[in-house]
Ligand binder design. Structure first.
Ligand code: NAD
Ligand code: TYD
Length: 354
């Protein structure tokens, strides 16, 4: 029997890698990608798989309760992998409400619709029913010089983004505890790789180095993040989806901590080599700017649970991943140019509005 999976946010950065992984690896699954196509959703990310027979795209805003309800009633998914979100901390500082709408209300709309068809209508599907919520390590707040986030770390979000993701995680657990909805959650560290929108640190700086624009390093540049290649995250999601225990949480991380300034200098060195520029040229673009308010000092994940229970660990080293990522942006200048100009919105109109 074919398993029907609703993936939300599949035109975004991580979502597009997850959709591709599931569509190509599991031809028996029917994948419906529901995405509102905000500034961050780009159907060009899935151009290579959009004609696969087991793939369908449906433009849907998860904030629209009726649209979500209709989607669930017509598609009747056996499982949901929920990635749709407003995802950028700096934007959340400027417009917190957008984050409440999509990340909190959008998630609750999905939970209600899943509850309706799986619990209230007493679904007796032969498949395993599962609401898999994709979240972030930022819900745990900030670490000092030492220590790691585990699955038991107390939630302590600081930015409007992390507060909205924390709220959504709590709602997912509440629907499990209150209504018996089968759920699983994973909280992952910072991702990087192809197709990431150039507002996040790594793709923004790659873009700026190409165009010889300033590299705005916030504050003293000594903030630390734990970086994971996006395809390793997609593999972890695949494993948790198939073998994770219902009701559980899994932390996913790269064992790969970098202070921002060290990462930026490494990126500059690699880009100089790849672009055939004199050594040290791109580092001259580094510009220290005013700090982000409420900036979390350090994130680092203890990923021993997923390693121990599901046998997952990152497969791509940072040097490899960064090199692959830079090569991808250098080879896909059209993609970069489209997203920075807003041109990619037209691709959607061409493909789906006829
Ligand atoms: P992204 O911003 O690249 O993509 C988000 C996608 O969601 C876009 O395609 C967008 O169009 C869609 N979307 C936004 N609002 C929507 C709405 N109201 N209805 C339907 N679709 C909507 O984000 P990403 O970096 O790919 O992150 C995906 C998920 O992973 C998010 O839930 C995020 O919190 C989580 N996460 C991200 C990271 C990271 O480093 N990027 C790390 C850990 C967890
Ligand atoms: P970002 O990619 O926005 O991810 P997050 O805030 O979710 O961790 O930022 C990564 C780190 O880089 C974070 O410490 C903020 C910093 N940063 C800069 O110094 N300059 C920038 O222009 C950006 C976008 C981020």
């Amino acid at each position: 029997m074919s398993v029907k999976i609703l993936i939300t946010g599949g035109c975004g950065f991580i979502g597009s890698h997850v959709v591709r992984q599931f569509v190509m690896k599991y031809p028996d699954y029917q994948i419906l990608n529901a995405d509102a196509l905000t500034y961050a959703g780009n159907p060009e990310n899935l151009r290579d798989i959009e004609h696969y027979p087991n793939y369908v795209f449906r433009q849907t805003n998860i904030v629209d309760e009726k649209a979500v309800e209709e989607l669930f009633q017509s598609f009747r998914p056996d499982a949901v992998i929920h990635l749709a979100a407003e995802s950028h901390v700096d934007r959340s500082i400027l417009s917190p409400l957008d984050f409440v709408y999509t990340n909190v209300i959008g998630t609750v709309n999905l939970l209600n619709a899943a509850k309706r068809i799986w619990i209230d209508e007493k679904n007796n599907s032969a498949s395993r029913l599962l609401f898999y919520h994709i979240s972030t390590d930022e819900v745990y707040g900030a670490l000092g010089e030492t220590g790691y986030f585990t699955e038991d770390t107390k939630y302590d979000p600081h930015s409007p983004y992390s507060a909205s993701k924390a709220a959504s995680d709590h709602f997912v657990r509440a629907y499990h505890d209150t209504y018996g909805l089968p759920v699983v959650i994973s909280n992952c560290s910072n991702n990087y790789g192809p197709n990431q929108f150039p507002e996040k640190l790594i793709p923004l700086f790659i873009h700026n180095i190409i165009h010889k624009k300033p590299l705005p390093v916030y504050g003293d540049g000594l903030y630390t993040r734990d970086w994971l290649y996006v395809k390793d995250h997609a593999e972890a999601i695949d494993l948790i989806f198939h073998r994770g225990k219902t009701g559980e949480t899994y932390n996913i991380g790269g064992h790969n901590e970098w202070k921002n300034i060290d990462l930026v200098k490494l990126l500059c060195r690699l880009m100089d080599q790849k672009l055939g520029r004199p050594k040290g040229e791109s580092e001259k673009l580094i510009t220290f700017v005013k700090d982000r308010p409420g900036h979390d000092r350090r994130y680092a994940i203890d990923a021993s649970k997923i390693q121990r229970e599901l046998g997952w660990k990152p497969s791509v080293t940072f040097e490899e991943g960064l090199s692959l990522t830079i090569d991808w942006y250098l080879e896909n200048t059209e993609w970069l140019q489209h997203v920075t100009s807003g041109e990619y919105m037209k691709y959607y109109q061409k493909q789906y509005e006829q």
